[in-house]
Design a protein around this ligand. Sequence first.
Ligand SMILES: [Fe+2]
Length: 331
Amino acid sequence: MNVFGAVHLGYLVIETQKFTDWHRFGRDAIGMHADEPDSGTMRFRLDENDCRFLLRWGPAEDVTTLGWQIDDHETFDHILNRVADRGVPLREASAEEAALRGVERLWRFPGPKGLTQEIFTNPLRSGRPLSMRATGFVTGEAGMGHVALTTTRPEQLRGYYNTVFDARLSDYIDETISGMKLKIRFLRVNQRHHSIALAATRGLRLDPIRTRVQHLNIQVAGLDDLTQSYQRVQELGFGMALSVGQHTNDRELSYYARTPSGFEFEVGWNPIVVDETTWKPTTHQGISIWGHTPVGQTILDKLTQFARAARSLREREDTVPALAEDGIPDD
Ligand SMILES: [Fe+2]
C-alpha cells in the first residue's frame, strides 16, 4: 500500500510564553482567526477546521508537533502498523488532547529532531463563523502549508518521511546564505509542491538554527492578502526576515516574518500544484527568482548563528533511526 496523496499537513502545535504577542501577530498582522478556549491555550484557524495552530503555554518558543490528516481509517491503520512494526513507541492521545486540536482519532509517535508527529482522521468543524482580516487561505487537498527544518542528517530525514508517509522528492535547491553553502530537499506527500523542506549545509554538517522548525508556511487566497498582511506585519512592529520575493522551484510569491517565538513565518501566494504524470525532480540554483532580501540582520544575529552552528558539531541529531532506515542518498 502506498499512502502518498492521502496525507495532509493538518495543524501545528507551538509552545510559547508570548501569548499576547502571538495574538497580535497571528490575528492582527497575519490575519488569521484567533480563539482562546482557556488561559493556557490559543488557537488560530485558517478555514472551516476548528484548529490549524495550537499554542500551548511553555518555555520552548518553538514548534513541538506536526499534525497530519489522514484520509481514511485503512490508511491510518497502515501508517500505525509501519511505525509499530519497527518497534517505535506510539500512543493514542486522550480525548482531551484530541479536542484541543479539534480532531478525531489522534495518535502520536516520535519524529526527527524531537518533533512529535501526530496523525488524525477527521478534523472537527463546529461551523462557527470565521472572523479574520485575510479573505481566505488555501488548504484542502494540499494541506495547510509546509514546514522547513535545518538538519545535519538530511538522508535520514528523507528516509523517515519516505518510510512513514511515502514522501516524494520534488526537487533540490542549492543556495548560499550568510556564507554557508546549503542544499535544500523538498518533499511532497500530496499535490502541494512540498509539505517538508530539509535544509542542510554542504561539506561540514552544521545546524545554525536554534528551533526545530526554521520556518513554517501558509498560503493566502489572494495577492491582496499577501500585500496587506505584509504591511500589517511592518506597521505593528514585527520583524521581517525576508522581504517579498518569488521562489525558483514552486514559483510561490512570499515574504518571511519573524514570529514572537523567533522562528520565521512565511506567507505565500499562488504556488504551482504538482502534476504527478509529468513532474521530474531538478536542481535549482538559489531559492529566489527575485526578492527575498534579508531585512535587518545584525552582526550580533550572525555571530549568534555561528556559535549555534559550532555547537551543533558536538551534538548528534535525533532521527528516529528505526524509521529512517539507512537514509535516502541524493539522486
Ligand atoms: Fe518555505
